[in-house]
Design a protein around this ligand. Structure first.
Ligand SMILES: [Cu+2]
Length: 331
């Protein structure tokens, strides 16, 4: 049942209302449908708290990235709609803290790459230009033909086009697939790829969190970790969300060198839509384990104002940068 732990008083349905609709005694399925209806109704307008976004956040843009989706450019060819994206691989230096900088590969000047967003069934075209001084590629998760699988090297200074139909709906990802893949991903060539379902999900404050690591001394272990590129950023700059409003997290674990991490949310429980490939949640929990490249939709609302941490429960990973705070405020 979606968010029944987190619903506000105004969203609760009385027995009288249930009787009116003839749903008393229809069991869990009927009740679940009702909760969903109540939720949709109450969430018809989504409000996003004011968020300070620096004019230029540099190679990382953690505040902007939270709610920033790249829908590409719509083109019409031969009676078909195509959603076209341009991705350029380059080189940048990221400042991980006041003492440590690190050479990375970026996509469109940023790490992680942009969150691409399409609808199931649309034709997707990716124009990939490699200016990163080394052979790279872009491999998309999804269903497509082998020649669009993105494992062939694209040499420095050249370009290629990937084109496929967007399926199936879910939270997916793209990343470079040139060996050693660990290194090519860990140095920055990855991003989230959301395929929306044919019937949209209920309105919610939608937030992207990409977990990644940095191996700055080439020992095949991560010294730093981050949500959305920059270690510890959301500890110092909490993510403001409204009390009682449905939050839809799109979470991706792309931490190389660690076999799996968890995602834990304080003082609440979330509904899990595994790989974002279902319209109803499969479980409710407050900690979920994610192997490399696993990703989910997690939904929740907070009942009480205040500050609430989120982090992997591998606490050393959290302490080394993969840690943040939601600041729940009254609307
Ligand atoms: Cu690469």
């Amino acid at each position: 049942m979606p968010n029944n732990l987190a619903l506000g008083k105004e969203q609760l349905w009385s027995r009288r209302q249930l009787l009116k609709l003839g749903l008393c005694g229809t069991g869990l399925a009927g009740a679940a449908a009702l909760w969903q209806m109540a939720n949709v109704k109450s969430q018809s307008i989504v409000k996003v708290p004011p968020t300070e976004i620096a004019a230029s956040e540099g190679v990382t843009q953690p505040m902007k990235m939270l709610r920033n989706f790249d829908y590409g450019t719509l083109k019409h060819e031969n009676g078909r709609t195509i959603r076209e994206f341009s991705l350029t691989a380059g080189t940048s230096v990221i400042q991980l803290n006041s003492a440590v900088s690190y050479n990375i590969w970026d996509l469109n000047g940023h790490i992680p790459g942009p969150t691409l967003r399409v609808k199931q069934g649309e034709r997707v075209r990716i124009l990939f230009l490699n200016k990163a001084g080394h052979s790279h590629s872009l491999h998309f998760h999804g269903i497509h033909s082998s020649d669009m699988d993105g494992i062939r090297p694209v040499s420095n200074g050249s370009a290629t086009i990937y084109e496929f139909d967007a399926e199936p709906y879910g939270v997916h990802l793209y990343h470079c697939h040139i060996e050693p893949v660990t290194r090519h991903i860990a140095k920055g060539l990855y991003g989230m790829f959301i395929i929306d379902p044919p019937n949209p999900r209920p309105p919610a404050d939608e937030i992207v969190l990409v977990m990644a690591g940095y191996d700055v001394n080439d020992d095949s272990r991560n010294e730093y970790y981050a949500f959305n590129g920059l270690p510890h950023h959301y500890m110092d700059n909490p993510i403001r969300i409204y009390k009682d409003q449905l939050i839809r997290l799109y979470v991706l674990n792309i931490i190389e060198y660690d076999p799996a991490v968890t995602f834990h949310l304080h003082a609440n429980f979330f509904d899990v839509y595994r790989t974002g490939m279902t319209m109803t949640p499969s479980e409710k929990t407050d900690v979920i384990t994610m192997g490399v490249a696993e990703r989910h939709i997690l939904e929740f609302a907070f009942r009480y104002p205040g500050k609430y941490m989120f982090h992997p429960h591998q606490d050393a990973i959290a302490e080394n940068g993969c840690m943040g705070v939601f600041e729940v405020i009254n609307s």
